[in-house]
Design a protein around this ligand. Structure first.
Ligand code: PLP
Length: 456
């Protein structure tokens, strides 16, 4: 057997992959029939596969490569840190400079009094931290029964037992006996799919008020926290009506309930501000971060925690943590990512240049007979496909058949757009230029035309 490198033929690599590699969120048996696409290199917004195709990555990996691929500074910082201090933990009263510096930087970037950071290796781990932290907070305050957490249907908060329970994805709950007790799910603010005849504003208020109904049903003295993504990502880029988040914040304050904003996708520029909470005008007690924190160059996540919660948690021994909490190499890479984002004014680029160009391109794509609407906030967007534009009807075959077909046509046109059901998702690297957005739109149009032709 020759060494397994990029030089092996694609078919050989695919066969080895199918034989030994179990992929996440995949029917792995299918990989034996049609091998996985093998990505070998990437630069800017383009991936190269083992057949030499240059593919425009309109998903930034999994919504995470905010800076784009191939930034050599990141590799240099990682190598330097590997050589100086590749690992040490942050348990039991030890620390190191990358963790100190990153915590301070995040406290400076985060709004309000979100001044404290608990590190994790991923978004899932960070949400597990949040689950235990909010329950511990209320227990320390003498209210251990204030432990229930309210989330939303179709939310995504991660794949661990705790975070998938916080999430509201039915197919995930069906595997492994989830959700764990004490977690409740109310309706999502998805006006496009569920708003019916209501105006977006009415619908936003109605969905927010489901939170109050659930609190009253459980008793406010039993509810620890509400968690939500400022814009639901994996649920299909659900942009709440403008009335939704202010009402949620008001209800949380009224009933003394902690507000957790899951910023794993929205954080670090995706919606045109550092955090999605700023775009939505809310002040959470805790923000979950990951993905764009390091632009996906190193696995790192965390919880940014407000003064009040940190004060209570810091007064006890919080029996929680991960071997890789604040990992020095990941922290150094994240710091470099944040340094570059600031030096290159990436947030301004999103807000002033890329987001307006993407919106214009998407509005044009929205005229396509197959596209029922445009959901867009900054550089995260979805195009719902529909057989009937006026009614926003769903396709008769549920399960995203049209979306799946469209995704395949995207690949055939060297474009990555993911599908969630029949919604095509767009979340490109934040560095994307208006010229690159034009190329994206050309390829997306071809994929939509081909899908339309197939469905006729
Ligand atoms: N929270 C949100 C909003 C996410 O989108 C994700 C991942 O997509 C997670 C949490 C989980 O993050 P990770 O995959 O790093 O565990």
């Amino acid at each position: 057997m020759p060494p397994i490198t990029n030089h092996l033929p694609t078919a050989d690599l695919q066969a080895l992959d199918a034989a030994h590699h179990m992929h996440p969120f995949t029917t792995n048996d299918d990989l034996g029939k049609k091998g996985a696409r093998i990505i070998t290199r990437a630069k800017g917004i383009y991936l190269t596969d083992s057949e030499g195709n240059e593919i425009l990555d309109a998903m930034a990996g999994l919504w995470c490569v905010n800076l784009g691929y191939g930034r050599e500074e990141m590799g240099k910082v990682a190598a330097r840190q590997m050589n100086e201090l590749p690992y040490y933990n942050t348990f039991f009263q030890t620390t190191h400079v990358p963790a100190i510096a990153l915590a301070k930087e995040l406290a400076d970037l985060a709004p309000g009094d979100l001044n404290h950071v608990f590190f994790a290796g991923s978004g899932s781990e960070a949400n597990d931290t949040n689950l235990r932290m909010v329950r511990t907070y209320w227990a320390q305050k003498g209210k251990p029964e204030k432990s229930h957490i309210i989330s939303r249907k179709n939310a995504y908060h991660g794949s661990s037992v705790g975070s998938a329970s916080l999430g509201g994805m039915t197919p995930m709950h069906e595997q492994g006996g989830l959700p764990i007790p004490g977690i409740h799910h109310i309706g999502q603010p998805d006006w496009y799919a569920e708003g019916g005849d209501q105006s977006p504003e009415e619908f936003g208020l109605a969905r927010a008020r489901e939170l109050e109904e659930k609190i009253l049903e459980l008793g406010a003295d039993k509810v620890a926290a509400f968690i939500g993504e400022p814009v639901q990502g994996a649920g299909g880029v659900v942009i709440p009506p403008s009335t939704y988040w202010p009402e949620i914040q008001r209800i949380c304050e009224k009933h003394d309930i902690l507000l957790i904003a899951d910023e794993v996708i929205c954080g670090f520029g995706r919606t045109g501000n550092w955090f999605g909470s700023q775009t939505m005008g809310i002040t959470p007690h805790i923000m979950t971060i990951a993905k764009g924190l390091s632009s996906g160059y190193a696995p790192i996540g965390g919880s940014i925690v407000c003064d009040e919660v940190a004060e209570v948690i810091n007064a006890c021994e919080f029996n929680h943590g991960y071997t890789y909490s604040g990992h020095p190499v990941c922290a150094a890479v994240a710091l470099e990512n944040l340094r570059i984002m600031q030096e290159e004014n990436i947030i301004d680029h999103v807000r002033d240049v890329a987001a307006p160009a993407l919106k214009e391109a998407l509005e044009k794509l929205g005229e396509h007979p197959l596209v029922g609407g445009v959901n867009v906030s900054g550089l995260m967007a979805s195009l719902p496909l529909t057989p009937h534009k006026e009614s926003r009807a769903k396709f008769a075959t549920d399960g995203g058949v049209a979306g799946y077909t469209c995704r395949e046509h995207c690949f055939a046109n060297n474009l990555v757009m993911r599908h969630v059901g029949d919604r095509m998702i767009i979340s490109p690297p934040l560095i994307i230029t208006p010229e690159e957005i034009k190329i994206f739109a050309e390829r997306a149009t071809k994929a939509l035309d081909a899908t339309y032709a197939d469905l006729k």
